[in-house]
Design a protein around this ligand. Structure first.
Ligand SMILES: Nc1ncnc2c1ncn2[C@@H]1O[C@H](COP(=O)(O)OP(=O)(O)O)[C@@H](O)[C@H]1O
Ligand SMILES: [Mg+2]
Length: 237
């Protein structure tokens, strides 16, 4: 059983669905990335996984537990956490306080876990007493990821963690993502840059018009005509 299994998930905001019949899984120690054109439903899928939106059909299973109808605030306890693209840190709290808030939902020892996390995020280590609002955009994104990791999740869902960052900082974030996967975590990422997704991921899924159009190992996907697929002209699988 994969750490995360989404099976035939259909969901939307009103009467007509935005995402249709999406099936996707994510494994521990591995980076699974969703790419696809703007408006394809990547963020809608992310929000459905973590209980912000309710699927009208399908199921979502984390570590063998069906979380499909679970209240959103209970989902992190079952091992799935989510980092939205924007507004993902408490700007008036310090780095340390943000991490403490993140550990609140956890049964783990917060202090020990914080040490483990700061060991990876060395930029944050140097700024633990700084207010989050004074960090750079890239550092704030890393803090949001670090905070989500405080509960020692088995699955972490990151929605465009590098959006708006400089190329140099984008590389920093992706190298942290690789290290997070190695902490026995399944990392699921939405990334708008195709090249970057192919370079850093194990598995890649391409969403087009609300469907999981194509998926495979990153090196297989790299060989496809992605421009046609993005335009919905090709149905390769
Ligand atoms: N809060 C919302 N209410 C209604 N429609 C929405 C909402 N958010 C997104 N949508 C619509 O859902 C579709 C998919 O959006 P989204 O999941 O954000 O795509 P992506 O993340 O792939 O760019 C778009 O047509 C968008 O307009
Ligand atoms: Mg999006």
């Amino acid at each position: 059983m994969p750490a995360l299994l989404a099976e035939n998930v259909t969901a939307g905001y009103g009467h007509s669905p935005i995402i249709n019949d999406i099936t996707l899984s994510a494994e521990l120690n591995s980076v699974t990335t969703i790419i696809g054109p703007n408006g394809a439903g990547k963020s809608t899928f992310a929000k459905t996984l973590v209980g912000i939106l309710r699927p009208t059909s399908g199921r979502i299973v984390v570590n063998d537990v069906d979380i499909t109808r679970m209240a959103g605030h209970l989902i992190p306890r079952h091992g799935l956490v989510y980092v939205p693209q924007n507004d993902n840190v408490f700007k008036r709290l310090t780095v340390r306080e943000n991490l403490e808030v993140g550990g609140f939902a956890s049964r783990a020892n917060t202090a020990a876990r914080m040490e483990e996390i700061l060991d990876i995020f060395t930029d944050l280590q140097k700024a633990v007493e700084k207010k989050a609002g004074f960090l750079s955009g890239g550092q704030q994104n890393l803090l949001a990821i670090a905070r989500a990791l405080m509960v020692d999740p088995s699955v972490i869902m990151l929605d465009e963690p590098t959006a708006g960052l400089s190329p140099a900082y984008t590389d920093v974030v992706w190298s942290q993502i690789a290290r997070i996967a190695k902490l026995n975590t399944a990392v699921l990422v939405v990334e708008q840059n195709v090249e970057r997704a192919l370079k850093h991921s194990d598995e890649v899924h391409i969403f087009v018009a609300g469907r999981n159009h194509v998926h495979g190992a990153a090196d297989e996907i790299a060989g496809l005509d992605l421009a046609s697929i993005f335009l919905g002209r090709s149905h390769a699988s």
